[in-house]
Design a protein around this ligand. Structure first.
Ligand SMILES: NC(=O)c1ccc[n+]([C@@H]2O[C@H](COP(=O)([O-])OP(=O)(O)OC[C@H]3O[C@@H](n4cnc5c(N)ncnc54)[C@H](O)[C@@H]3O)[C@@H](O)[C@H]2O)c1
Length: 338
């Protein structure tokens, strides 16, 4: 299968994008048929089968969280609208740019013609980080560590959880639960491990001076490969932040939340029925609350911009009544998918 890549940038970055294009050509990938550089989302997404949303507004020093959400809500509303207008109806969308979960929610809320199952935000990198930390602690290869789960937001409130469903493959091929292997190491799990994984992105920035690049790119590629091409191996889950329309594990509907997922035939399915400890439930509640707050901040901006467009668009009185009525319920404005 041949791949045509469309690289979307803001105008100021087009020159360096041309350098990326040159490098891609120099890799001589046998399956890469064409590389297009553009600043127009409608050109970038036209008939696209797969979209990875990486570009966003970065958090600047001293920037309040709500301002970051607002800046990105503007961008991802535009992305969602363009996807809705021109992408393939079966397009699959992976959102990487932060705040990834809420950017994904804003995008899928705007792209109402695309099923919500076709969207996910990247928590796969956190999953890999968690797996690597456990493997290091146990002195085994990462390939032997299975079903560590990232629950919730791709942020410092996420709950990296090796205990609920995690297991390790021993030399003789037997599966042993991580809960039993780590039973004398609970202190490490509940303190060092959780905070190391939660803060890993920040630690990389501190040491490297830039955010994760290779690991984020690998995780994005592996997430897409597992979701769309290979599926998960029998008995294995991966972490994916998906639109929670079913209220999985009692988590509020209408947010994008990371769950343990099984992938088959190009679809993900949340692994249900896992027994969560009280400790895990507490951790899930914290990250759920943060995502609800992020959603409210995004809604705030959407309401404001709709009100602005109302004042510049002439509506019939009945249309106007509907808009204004909805807009007063700002806590639940994200139109159709909440
Ligand atoms: N989910 C994860 O696990 C994860 C991991 C690493 C990075 N990230 C996030 O991914 C994003 C990219 O990270 P990075 O280190 O490559 O950042 P970066 O700043 O190096 O690159 C972002 C690029 O996006 C472009 N851009 C900005 N606004 C745009 C728009 N409206 N349309 C198109 N392009 C736009 C910028 O010009 C820039 O080239 C950041 O938001 C980062 O926080 C997420």
């Amino acid at each position: 299968m041949l791949v045509e890549l469309r690289l979307l940038e803001i105008p100021q970055a087009l020159k360096s994008l041309a350098g990326v294009k040159m490098e891609l050509e120099d890799c001589a990938y046998p399956c890469l048929s064409k590389v297009v550089c553009t600043t127009d989302p409608l050109e970038a997404f036209d008939s696209a089968d797969c979209i990875v949303l990486v570009g966003g507004f970065p958090r600047k020093k001293g920037m309040a969280r709500n301002d970051l959400i607002h800046a990105n809500t503007k961008i991802f509303t535009e992305m969602g609208a363009a996807i809705d207008e021109v992408a393939s109806p079966n397009v699959k969308v992976l959102v990487v740019a932060n705040p990834a979960n809420t950017n994904c929610l804003v995008t899928l809320n705007e792209a109402t013609s695309i099923p919500t199952k076709n969207f996910c935000a990247l928590s796969f990198l956190d999953h890999q980080r968690a797996k690597a930390q456990i493997a290091k602690r146990l002195g085994v290869s990462t390939a032997r560590v299975r079903n560590v789960t990232i629950w919730g937001n791709h942020s410092e409130t996420q709950y990296p959880d090796p205990l609920t469903d995690g297991y390790c493959i021993r030399d003789d091929g037997r599966e042993v639960s991580l809960a039993s292997l780590l039973k004398d190491d609970v202190e490490w799990v509940t303190n060092d491990f959780i905070s190391t994984v939660q803060n890993r992105g920040k630690s990389v920035i501190e040491v490297r001076g830039n955010s994760s690049a290779l690991s984020a790119a690998m995780a994005s590629a592996d997430c897409l490969k597992t979701w769309l091409v290979t599926g998960t191996n029998d008995g294995e889950t991966v972490s994916m932040a998906i639109y929670n329309d079913k209220g999985y594990y009692g988590i509020k509907k209408g947010i994008v939340f990371s769950f343990p997922c099984v992938c088959r035939d190009g679809n993900w399915y949340v692994k249900e029925g896992l027994d969560l400890s009280d400790f895990a439930r507490e951790k899930l509640a914290v990250t759920e609350e943060e995502l609800v707050e992020e959603r409210l901040a995004a809604e705030e901006l959407i309401v404001k911009s709709r009100l602005r467009s109302l004042s510049t668009t002439s509506l019939t009185s009945s249309e106007s009544d509907v808009e204004m009525t909805n807009s007063t319920h700002s806590g639940n404005y994200l139109k159709s998918r909440i």
